[in-house]
Design a protein around this ligand. Structure first.
Ligand code: PHE
Length: 586
């Protein structure tokens, strides 16, 4: 199968498509939330270090692996990795590079379809005159599927992806990126300007927009050595740059033999970085903090960023009033939509490349296969969103799988394939001179940093596998005395602190008490709230326990489905291998 495959139309198109691949919902919804949850300024240092020591090296690695595989007409990771080393195992490691894309697309496209629906609602004025809780309820009803609307928008979104993919790389993906990326930047610049110029006291804001930015960008060194913060930072770098997914390798496999990859990789990577740290931090957080204050925003992001993006922002936009409010809504959800679709297109290409290479499929049929698979795999995330299926997919595919694949990939590249050949691949045809230090970093620093991230995460993965948190909650609900004991313990820690402070709703204004004390107060408040709730006769403890048990069941089913998907892909890789063996193409 050495026939020349379709490729990229132009260099600008390639870079925009790669940037579009990276710039996604992760930049606008995931990044701000990770930053808030991990202490704002305390998060940024590990984040930037991970960008330099994990992100950039991996961009070099994945682009060069991709272009290398493309030289022998391989466009998906099973046989791209096989072209680096002939041992059998690598083909099956390469299964991850198809698996992750499909599994992420399964929930990602659903999320993408919400943004489309919210653009529509912003235009027709659904949110006008509603209170904040009404607007939050709109979202709750939406994901509970109280109407057919979510399903319709989801299918439209899948069809749109399929249609663009069926037009091929230069005719579809590249065009979408050329339209989507500039619009995204314009919308983003507008919203960022509006957000940073929010002034306390005007249009209902209680703080300046700058307060949110300061929270993020004032370096904090006290929690900088917490592994948890580093894990979150590394995870974010992987997700946002689409590293460890298999989609960069696939895009790069369509680059010409001697064409530059070093400068291309840097352009796309830094563009993503810019969009994330500048636009990603200048919209959601400043607006939310301006209207709600830091404490409430931190509280609201405990369960992810979707709440802020979909429940709160539309309400705040309405406060801006009239045309401005409508335009802000269209800009925000439109920006999310373009960010999302240019990423989901990238998730479609590996499976298409595989079917085209191994089974001679036409791009059009391969695109429909992707659409169909995402429909089947996505159905559980749509139908059982409230049961936690969506989050379960995100955890295994969008977090664990990436790191695992990347870890094995760098061992293959730097140690098995070897840095002599590896460095030659990275620098071949390069339009820039890459500092030689990166050769050292790729061999010695990145793998060990990643190994640390990988092994330090294992206990958490193990707990998750055993549903530790859910089981603890069930235990707590069934034995309320445990909570009471905790409450007494927490209150001892607060001995000597004024009760008016302990009962204050917001601790923002108490600048004199230390962060550690604030943390204790918050912990106490939470335990107390939980205790009040559980011991109130209104709470149906039995029903709650049943709900958690049900979600454990759904999580187990999700895992089984993902495992099945992996095994099926591996099976097809095996068939493809046998086919190649027969044709003498190995
Ligand atoms: N990088 C994308 C984001 O930030 C996510 C993505 C995952 C893109 C997998 C392509 C493949 O949202």
């Amino acid at each position: 199968m050495s026939k020349q495959k379709a490729g990229w139309g132009s260099r600008v198109g390639l870079i925009l498509a790669m940037a579009g691949n990276a710039v996604g919902l992760g930049n606008f919804l995931r990044f701000p939330v990770q930053a808030i949850q991990n202490g704002g300024g305390a998060f940024m240092i590990p984040y930037l270090v991970c960008f330099l020591l994990l992100g950039i090296p991996f961009l070099f690695i994945e682009w060069s692996i991709g272009r290398f595989g493309g030289k022998t007409a391989n466009h998906s990771t099973p046989f791209i990795l096989h072209s680096l080393d002939k041992r059998k195992i690598w083909k099956y490691i390469g299964v991850f590079g198809i698996f992750t894309n499909l599994a992420v697309a399964a929930y990602y496209c659903y999320l993408e379809s919400w943004t489309l629906s919210y653009v529509w609602h912003s235009i027709v004025g659904t949110f006008d005159g509603k209170t904040q809780s009404d607007i939050a309820a709109v979202f709750g009803d939406y994901v509970s599927l109280s109407t057919w609307e979510p399903i319709i928008f989801w299918i439209i979104c899948l069809l749109l992806n399929t249609w663009i993919l069926s037009k091929g790389l230069s005719g579809g993906v590249e065009k979408a990126a050329k339209i989507g990326m500039p619009l995204l930047l314009i919308f983003g610049a507008f919203l960022a300007y509006k957000a940073i110029t929010i002034q306390a006291g005007s249009e209902g804001a209680i703080y300046d927009g700058l307060k949110g930015l300061n929270f993020l960008w004032t370096p904090q060194f006290d929690s900088i050595w917490e592994p948890k913060v580093w894990l979150a930072a590394a995870g974010q770098i992987f997700f946002t740059l689409s590293i460890g997914m298999g989609s960069i390798q696939c895009y790069a496999s369509y680059v010409n033999k001697n064409e530059d990859i070093a400068l291309n990789a840097m352009s796309a990577g830094w563009m993503n970085g810019f969009v994330e740290v500048v636009l990603g931090s200048a919209i959601l957080i400043p607006i939310a903090v301006g209207y709600l204050g830091i404490d409430q925003v931190v509280e609201m992001t405990k369960n992810g960023g979707l709440g802020l993006g979909f429940k709160t922002l539309p309400y705040l936009f309405v406060q801006w009033g009239g045309l401005m409010g409508v335009f802000a809504g269209v800009a925000w959800f439109g920006l999310l939509f373009f960010a999302g679709i240019t990423s989901s297109l990238a998730m479609g290409t590996p499976v298409m490349g595989f079917m085209e290479d191994e089974f001679d499929w036409k791009p059009k049929n391969a695109a429909w296969l992707f659409g169909g698979l995402v429909f089947i795999l996505g159905l559980p995330t749509v139908l059982f969103f409230n049961e936690g299926v969506f989050d379960e997919f995100d955890y295994w595919a969008g977090t664990v799988s990436l790191v695992t694949f990347a870890f094995i990939e760098i061992i293959l590249f730097a140690w098995v394939f070897g840095m002599d050949k590896g460095w030659a691949e990275i620098t071949e045809g390069s339009d820039i001179k890459i500092p030689i230090i990166f050769r050292f970093i790729i061999k010695w620093i990145t793998p060990f940093l990643l190994a640390w991230v990988f092994f330090a995460s294992l206990p958490g993965v193990y707990d998750n596998l055993n549903h530790k948190e859910s089981k603890e909650k069930i235990n707590q609900l069934s034995h309320p005395n445990l909570l009471k004991a905790q409450l007494i313990k927490d209150s001892v820690a607060l001995n000597g602190i004024d009760s008016s402070i302990i009962n204050a709703k917001s601790l923002d204004s108490f600048t004199k008490i230390s962060e550690a004390t604030k943390l204790n107060i918050k912990k106490y408040q939470q335990t107390k709230m939980e205790w009040d709730r559980i011991s109130s006769p209104k709470t149906d403890v039995k029903a709650e326990v049943e709900k958690i048990e049900k979600s454990i069941l759904f999580k187990n089913w999700s895992r089984a489905l993902l495992l099945l998907l992996w095994v099926i892909i591996a099976f097809f890789v095996y068939i493809a291998y046998k086919k190649r063996l027969k044709a003498g193409r190995l």
